[in-house]
Design a protein around this ligand. Structure first.
Ligand code: NAD
Length: 270
């Protein structure tokens, strides 16, 4: 039975801050990786938000450092990976967590320029971080990449077409990277979170009614949190997932398994 194997490994988590108090997906992943003994690079465009994550890790005795970087910029990604290597000598894990809701609207409504910007944030950034992290993983004989998509990358229905499109791209980016880098011991997996309650969702305001309705869209009828996603990240990053690559793990209270049928009476065909 493999151990977690994360002690003293170096993990970069992009978007490790949170835009408000509370626990986002990136923050949860960073804290949980640190709890397993990993040294965590808290990469964020807004260092103050990552500093808040660092304080939480410090309070538990974990090891982390904040690196300011913009994942849409190649030179910034390269510098962030270099900062990790300069500080701790290696890179073992990359969590590509940065993602935004992007511009609103259908194909008819959406602003094409804003679309391009958002695709760069949600998709291109993951290629850029991998571009610089993978050569470091090769030097240590392998590694693990976890990309954060969304259940909206596995089905339609988001009012923002850009979100459906970009998260769908993350899903197949994962499979492509798993194919390219599996033979060199670099595993690439994806988590497709359902509608979890994180600062990304509530920072701009959400009514209690909408929050409740959102939670009730899953089969378990229970609201998910950043911790639910973070736990999945740690598992996929760890040696316990040593034989897992190229998977899309939905963590969603069953949302992708089906929808509750509230229309058809159970006896309709008897
Ligand atoms: N909350 C949900 O219901 C939900 C559902 C499905 C998927 N997701 C996905 O989870 C991921 C985000 O989760 P979170 O909870 O950590 O979000 P968050 O908003 O709490 O944190 C995101 C962090 O990313 C940073 N960031 C944004 N753009 C950046 C850039 N260009 N370079 C560097 N850092 C940047 C922000 O400063 C912020 O600290 C996204 O990929 C999102 O699409 C969320």
């Amino acid at each position: 039975m493999p151990e977690m194997g994360l002690k003293d490994k170096v993990a970069i988590v992009t978007g490790a801050g949170s835009r408000a108090d509370g626990i986002g997906n990136g923050r949860a992943a960073a804290i949980l990786l640190a709890r397993e003994g990993a040294k965590v690079v808290l990469l964020d465009a807004t260092p103050a938000w990552a500093e808040a994550t660092k304080k939480m890790i410090d309070s538990e005795g974990g090891a982390s450092m904040v690196v300011q970087a913009d994942v849409t910029d190649a030179a910034s990604c390269a510098a962030a990976v270099k900062a990790a290597v300069d500080a701790w000598g290696r890179v073992d894990v990359l969590v590509n967590n940065v993602g935004i809701g992007g511009p609103p609207g259908s194909a008819v409504e959406v602003d094409p320029d804003a679309w391009d910007v958002a695709m760069r944030v949600n998709v291109t950034s993951m290629m850029l971080m991998a571009k610089y992290a993978i050569p470091e993983m090769r030097k240590v004989g392998g590694g693990s990449i976890v990309n954060i998509a969304s259940i909206d990358g596995l089905r339609g229905g988001n009012p923002n077409l850009m979100y459906n499109a970009s998260k769908g791209a993350v899903v197949n980016l994962t499979r492509g990277m798993a194919t390219h880098h599996g033979p060199e011991g670099i595993r690439t997996n994806c988590i497709a979170p359902g509608y979890v309650y994180t600062p990304m969702v509530y920072a701009r305001g959400i009514t209690d009614d909408l929050r409740d309705k959102r939670a009730k869209t899953n089969l378990l009828q229970v609201e998910g949190s950043g911790w639910d996603i973070g736990k999945g990240v740690v598992f996929l990053a760890s040696d316990q997932a040593r034989w897992i690559t190229g998977i899309i793990l939905s963590i969603d209270g069953g949302s992708m398994a089906g929808t509750l049928n509230t229309v058809t009476p159970p006896t309709a065909f008897v």
